[in-house]
Design a protein around this ligand. Structure first.
Ligand code: FES
Length: 283
């Protein structure tokens, strides 16, 4: 009931969130596009896990503790917890904007709402922190501000959760794909040396690359957001996705460059006596 209400409220923001999101995406894409190693670090490519999702736990914990400490009358500890909360909110926002720079469609609109709500919450927290820093004898106002900011933060976290759990942003596109080892026939035409060839393996699309007598195969749908790898390019032993530039080693499917934080499923291919090929997943 409450979830539906919030969802309707978020969807009603599309009118402003779409143009603002397009603008903000342009800015973040331009900034992070110039510092790809930083973007990939903030995305979590090195970790194999989205860093933003991990970082958000820290401010939520610290800001929850702030309320508890305020309520039980521990002002110094509460202020320290709030400072930690504000600093880690900033770190989390930075990682979030790195993800945002490669977020498209409906997920971008919702991520814009998420970002706006979180910035409002952060601004109120900063005001609360500034008042606390003056050492007021009456702490009612900064405590009230912290509580208001916390409620807004919870709303923002709900919308952020939607971006991941409802719209599947930053979720591994192959999370539910079985890694069965059964050989299956491949539907494919000619596999020319050096070209990116799309093939069918049952209902899956594979990407085939011939190097001499060996045929290397990856799933064709990019693990980051589903881009078609057969429309990408070959760079330094990797296939580069045409949508946001993730690179995967063609021999293993391992990620070499973000924004993906996941590896690409890889397959082995063999020639069959009757003519044609068959394949099975190896990782
Ligand atoms: S879909 Fe984003 S890099 Fe491939």
């Amino acid at each position: 009931m409450l979830g539906r209400l919030l969802e309707r409220l978020v969807d009603a923001q599309t009118r402003w969130a779409k143009p603002v999101g397009d603008w903000l995406h342009g800015v973040t894409a331009a900034v992070f596009g110039r510092i790809l190693p930083v973007r990939d670090f903030l995305a979590g490519t090195w970790l194999g896990h989205p860093l933003h999702a991990l970082l958000t736990d820290v401010p939520i914990g610290a800001l929850t503790v702030t309320i508890v400490l305020d309520v039980i009358g521990q002002p110094v500890a509460a202020d320290v917890a709030l400072l930690i909360g504000v600093l880690t909110m900033l770190a989390s926002a930075l990682a979030g904007y790195a993800d945002y720079s490669t977020t498209d469609g409906r997920a971008r609109v919702r991520a814009t709402v998420h970002s706006a709500v979180m910035l409002v919450s952060l601004a109120i927290y900063v005001v609360s922190l500034a008042i606390r820093a003056t050492g007021p004898t009456n702490r009612a106002l900064p405590i009230a501000l912290s509580i208001v900011a916390y409620v807004i933060l919870a709303g923002g976290a709900f919308v952020g959760g939607d971006v991941v759990f409802v719209l599947g942003n930053m979720v591994d596109r192959h999370a539910w794909r079985s890694s069965g080892t059964k050989w299956q026939p491949l539907e494919v035409g000619e596999i020319a040396e050096g070209s990116l060839v799309k093939a069918k393996l049952g209902i899956q699309d594979l990407l085939l690359i011939r190097t001499g007598d060996t045929i290397l195969a990856l799933h064709n749908q990019c693990a980051h957001a589903g881009g078609p790898l057969n429309e990408g390019t070959l760079v330094d032993g990797c296939v580069e996705c045409p949508w946001h530039g993730s690179r995967f080693e063609v021999a293993t499917g391992r990620r070499r460059r973000g924004p993906t934080v996941y590896d690409q499923p890889s397959y082995e291919v063999r020639k069959i006596d009757a003519g044609g090929y068959e394949a099975r997943r190896v990782s």
